[in-house]
Design a protein around this ligand. Sequence first.
Ligand SMILES: Cc1cc2nc3c(=O)[nH]c(=O)nc-3n(C[C@H](O)[C@H](O)[C@H](O)COP(=O)(O)O)c2cc1C
Length: 173
Amino acid sequence: MANRTSKTVTLHVSSITGNTAQIAEGVRKTLDELGWTVFDAQPGAAPGTEVVVMCFWCRKSSLDPKSLEYLKRCKGKKILLFGTIGGWPAGKYGALVRANVTTTVEEHNECLGVFLCQGRVRQQRIDERRALPPDHPHYLDDWGVVRLTEGLNHPNATDILYAQAFARDYLPT
Ligand SMILES: Cc1cc2nc3c(=O)[nH]c(=O)nc-3n(C[C@H](O)[C@H](O)[C@H](O)COP(=O)(O)O)c2cc1C
């Protein structure tokens, strides 16, 4: 029989517009189903468990500021990460974000894996970026519009299911 007393995890969630919060709630259900006791991360306090699940939104191709701040409290932890991003999660950009996050986490901790899915960006922001001059770094070309328009559909039920499957694969046994 599994040793339930050792299955404790701290869940950190950073979400401004709610995308990452949706993924986090899906992962929380899976943690419950797998018999983990879940403690919510307390800002400013180090996690009291060896395993930490961090749910972040992507900023500057890496972790958001609140998640970076929480990471400073983590030393010698096993950390599994779930992120939502405006970019494509598959392909080169997703690989870059995963590499950046892994490198940052592994400075003082063990990275168990990084799950990514798209998260919607406000339509107003898409329109603003579309209206920028083409030489502006945030200008959206046609393919960029395709990407962020697709992003309006995410995270969806399938993204949450994929995140739950990822949690089942990469949580320590
Ligand atoms: C200030 C800001 C910076 C962002 N930077 C990036 C970025 O560098 N790469 C990216 O793929 N998405 C970026 N995004 C998109 C967000 O990561 C994405 O919409 C995410 O799902 C938001 O999560 P939340 O709803 O949990 O706050 C940025 C969004 C904001 C508001």
